[in-house]
Design a protein around this ligand. Structure first.
Ligand SMILES: Cc1cc2nc3c(=O)[nH]c(=O)nc-3n(C[C@H](O)[C@H](O)[C@H](O)COP(=O)(O)OP(=O)(O)OC[C@H]3O[C@@H](n4cnc5c(N)ncnc54)[C@H](O)[C@@H]3O)c2cc1C
Length: 476
């Protein structure tokens, strides 16, 4: 049976009763960054010629820039010719879904929006050559038509392939690696216009460096992915008291192909999500309720934030743990969702053995801040070999903490990031952190090799914006 998740039994009644926000004072002070009211600035209309200045902003509205020029080439050759003359810093942009200043430049912003789609599919080998500007969702739908699927997907699927692998984007699954580990070959265009093809056999060092390369080795123009046959997943979602669920979380992560948790701060409850492969059968979908849950949690914060004991008590009375949501569908339609509510986020990947301890410590810290209401996300990711992969030679657990866009989020950087770094956590490259070369060097054993290779490929440092120089070299 499928049901919509009305997690709070009397959410509507609570809303009606709450004409006076009891905990208004507990709300976060507004941050200096206004919440975006619409989609981030779209690139100018496609044109081969460099275009006039126009503002760019990321999905959450936190990062902005006004590049002198946008390059939106229609072919690899056009990009190759244009890149040599383009004013630096040269930065690539995908879908603009990173929170860190990876994209902003006052020089040239390069978008591969017109270099997207499948180039070739080999059904027998289960491989596909794909243009780097392809969005994950678009790719997944096209692959489905060929009887193929990605091994795993992140929480959303609007990112470009190149942008996603550039930051080590991942989904959840103890035995499943991040997306870049499915890449078996890629093509990189250096700032001098040289095209380099690499794979595990051809230039293997470049290959391991280029998979997660933050747009700082060159422009990735295409890649080949190893895939699996299309398959159906059964998803189950339920609520459970946090302590009880955490006690069996490790076992659940071993029993299910995909498993993740969302801890609901100040409620004593957590949501669990499992997904497992099942034989093909009729599609069965429950309506998504995540946005309703988020609104309910926000209302609880707004009214009772000043009284955390009362807030927890009310939540325990309103939350209905008897509800279970079941869905069955093709993998690409269940693995990723949509996130209409804008937020800012930090995420750290800690050694798997440290995962639950780090999660509990982060929850305890968050619950010292009455303004917090966003669920915390906890996932499992298998280790891999890419040099700057946050999962480099390390099976990991990922802990993500969010704050509503437009509300203060300084504690993500000031408190949560250092706490998770203290557990040996490596930052998600696309999510808020303030680590510089010294700390990053201690966490990423191949960073030095990466930087040496970077200097070879980009000796004039045309790919480094001030923010990238600061992060990677400690120099603005
Ligand atoms: C709502 C939301 C949900 C998210 N969910 C997840 C999740 O489940 N798991 C996860 O791991 N992350 C997640 N993220 C983070 C996101 O996946 C990463 O930040 C990802 O890098 C964004 O991809 P993008 O296409 O938007 O790239 P951008 O953010 O635009 O760029 C990211 C990096 O890629 C580089 N780049 C882009 N194109 C190229 C190219 N052609 N060649 C070389 N470099 C290039 C850019 O220069 C930049 O360094 C989420 C983010 C949001 C906003």
């Amino acid at each position: 049976m499928t049901r919509r998740r009305d997690w709070l039994k009397s959410g509507a009644a609570l809303i009606a009763a709450g004409s006076t926000p009891l905990g208004a004072a507990a709300q976060a002070a507004p941050s200096s960054t206004p919440a975006p009211t619409s989609a981030p600035a779209a690139p100018p209309p496609p044109t081969a010629a460099p275009t006039a200045p126009r503002t760019w902003s990321n999905w959450s509205g936190l990062q902005r820039c006004q590049p002198a020029q946008w390059l939106i080439p229609a072919s690899e050759d056009e990009l190759r010719r244009a890149i040599r003359q383009a004013p630096g810093p040269l930065r690539c942009v995908g879908a603009g879904h990173s929170f860190t200043p990876l994209v902003p430049t006052q020089g040239t912003l390069i978008s591969l929006d017109r270099l997207s789609g499948l180039i070739a599919v080999d059904r027998e080998k289960r491989q596909a050559r794909v243009r780097a500007g392809t969005r994950i969702g678009q790719l997944a739908r096209e692959l489905d038509g060929h009887g193929l699927a990605l091994l795993n997907q992140p929480d959303i699927d609007v990112q470009t392939l190149a942008g996603a692998i550039a930051t080590g984007t991942h989904g959840t699954g103890r035995q499943l690696p991040a997306l870049h580990d499915q890449v078996i070959a890629l093509r990189l265009l250096t700032p001098d216009g040289e095209l380099l093809d690499c794979s595990a056999q051809q230039q293997p060092e470049l290959f391991q460096a280029a998979k997660v390369s933050l747009g700082s080795l060159g422009v990735i123009t295409e890649m080949t992915l190893q895939l699996r046959p299309r398959h159906m997943l059964q998803r189950k979602v339920w609520l459970e008291p946090t302590e009880k669920l955490l006690a069996r979380a490790d076992a659940l992560s071993q029993q299910h192909r995909h498993f993740e948790l969302y801890l609901l701060p100040f409620t004593g409850y957590a949501a669990a999500i499992t997904m497992d492969e099942v034989p093909e059968a009729a599609v069965e979908r429950a309506a998504a309720a995540d946005e309703h849950v988020l609104r309910d949690l926000q209302r609880l914060r707004d009214w009772l934030g000043r009284w955390p004991g009362m807030r927890r008590w009310v939540a325990s009375k309103l939350i209905d743990p008897s509800q279970t949501e079941q869905s069955r569908d093709w993998s690409h339609r269940l693995l990723s969702t949509v996130r209409p509510t804008r937020f800012n986020e930090t995420e750290f990947h800690v050694p798997r053995e440290q995962g639950l301890a780090a999660l509990k410590a982060a929850l305890a810290r968050l619950e010292q801040r009455n303004e917090v209401f966003f669920p915390m996300e906890f996932r499992w990711v298998r280790g891999d070999e890419a040099w700057l992969s946050p999962f480099h030679r390390r099976d990991s657990c990922s802990i993500a903490v969010h704050a509503l866009a437009g509300e203060a989020h300084d504690y993500l950087l000031g408190e949560i990031a250092p706490l998770l770094a203290g557990f040996g956590g490596r930052p998600h490259w696309g999510k808020l952190h303030a680590l510089g070369p010294e700390r990053l060097g201690a966490l990423y054993p191949r960073l030095r090799d990466f930087l040496a290779l970077r200097e070879q490929l980009d000796p004039r440092r045309r790919l480094l914006s001030p923010a990238m120089s600061q992060m990677l070299l400690g120099q603005a």
